[in-house]
Design a binder for this molecule. Structure first.
Ligand code: PLP
Length: 421
């Protein structure tokens, strides 16, 4: 079925360390070869072996409105014709900044970078600088980027991303990261008690998408907000996955909790590399005297990326009923999958928040990261391979989130539900 992809993978492995980009890890975990894409449109991927797949990954999350979305494509082409990176500021950066600030509550200034990883690293640096403290609380299973040594050392990479002993990852910074358990407020409280006046910030995925869409329990985010206020620490919401996806204003708006610093990636770039971090003036102005090198790099805020991001946000901002539609489609999918799996007598849990959904093949709503491994579950492997054979592409690892695009039709969803059976 995948001869061409296998060939391409072999070629790639000769010139790219460990083969092609991130999906490799996930495919290896289920004992397969990554599938190579030829093109994509709307809700569909067309692979190099001539198959059409319904896409529940959408480039791992950015394509909320579907692939090759016309307004974004047009904006990028228009801008590309006029030059891509000028080494001068453009008005576009201000325009997208104004729009993002008008959509997301509680933020007054924003800085654009090139990825979610950079956004989260910048947020942590900003929190440390602003509070003049070093320690950061993060949660096991939450992911904030691939090269953030202190965060990787302390947890999320340890199992999900497998890079704790990467060369260049220093031990020195690891002691400054305090690892907590998601949804365990007492655990966080005791970390604050044990490290009085030393904790700069808590960084959290407000919905733990990288754990398989684990929602925050009632009162958890509010409790974190209160602990941060009590101890003079900052609350960082990593909204790389949830931003502009769960609602216009992201998780902050959905849960009615304001963070101090917010990070963005994925959807904000409309498929081009854009990340951002934002906060209110009091915090962001700390950066103002530090100069541009501290804040961003060569291609940050480049016109092409800004054009794509601006077109994406403009569409999301004015797209009538978008979030209701996404929610309805995802709820429909959830209901259908539930029915099918129950009929098949499988033990499972489904986590869903808005248009993020994840199916777990055991009874635990929260994955035990001390013992679990990616894709090690036989029920999951069977499920994944079965869907792939039907032409449905989901995240090939046991606890990643499926992303729903607005381009998915109810026929696509019905087809998927039938295939689950
Ligand atoms: N934070 C979260 C919550 C993410 O899901 C990701 C990526 O999946 C990142 C940060 C890192 O973003 P990027 O892959 O753009 O570097």
């Amino acid at each position: 079925l995948y001869t061409r992809s296998s060939q391409l993978f072999a070629e790639a492995s000769e010139v790219l360390p460990g083969g092609v980009n991130s999906p490799v890890r996930a495919f290896k975990s289920v004992g397969g070869t990554p599938i190579f894409a030829k093109e994509a449109k709307g809700a569909y991927l067309y692979d190099e072996d001539g198959n059409r797949l319904i896409d529940y990954i959408n480039s791992w999350g950015p394509m909320l409105l579907g692939h090759a979305y016309e307004p974004v494509v047009t904006a990028v082409i228009e801008k590309a014709k006029k030059g891509t990176s000028f080494g001068m500021p453009t008005e576009l950066e201000t325009e997208i900044a104004k729009l993002a600030l008008s959509m997301v509550p509680g933020i007054e200034k924003i800085r654009f970078v090139n990825s979610g990883t950079e956004a989260c690293m910048s947020a942590v640096r900003l929190a440390r600088g602003f509070t003049n403290r070093d320690k950061i609380i993060k949660f096991a299973g939450c992911y904030h980027g691939h090269s953030d040594s202190f965060l990787i050392q302390a947890g999320s990479g340890a199992i999900t991303f497998g890079a704790p002993n990467s060369p260049g990852v220093t031990q020195g910074t690891a002691k400054d990261t305090l690892l907590a358990r998601y949804n365990d407020l007492d655990n966080v409280r005791s970390l604050f008690e044990a490290n009085k006046n030393e904790i700069a910030a808590i960084i959290i995925e407000p919905v733990a998408g990288n754990m398989g869409c684990v929602p925050p329990q009632e009162g958890f985010l509010k409790g974190l907000r209160a602990l941060c206020d009590e101890h003079g620490a900052l609350l960082i919401f990593d909204e790389v996955m949830t931003g502009f996806r769960l609602s216009k204003g992201g998780a902050q708006e959905l849960f009615g909790i304001n963070a101090d610093i917010v990070t963005f990636g994925k959807v904000i770039g409309g498929g081009l590399p854009v990340g951002a971090f934002a906060a209110r003036n009091e915090i962001m102005n700390y950066l103002a005297p530090l100069g541009p090198v501290y804040q961003a790099g060569t291609l940050s805020g480049n016109p092409l990326a800004m054009a794509a991001g601006l077109a994406m946000l403009q569409d999301i901002n004015t797209n009538e009923g978008l979030f209701e539609r996404l929610e309805q489609k995802t709820a429909y999918l959830e209901k259908g999958i539930r029915k099918q799996l129950e009929k098949a007598g499988v033990v499972f849990t489904i986590n869903r928040v808005g248009s993020m959904i994840s199916v777990h093949f055991d009874e635990r709503p929260v994955v035990d990261f001390d013992t679990a491994k990616n894709g090690d579950n036989e029920s999951f492997k069977k499920f994944f391979h079965g869907l792939l054979q039907e032409g449905i592409y989901i995240a090939p690892s046991a606890y990643e989130t499926w992303f729903i695009t607005d381009a998915l039709t109810y026929e696509d969803l019905d087809f998927t539900i039938a295939a689950v059976g």
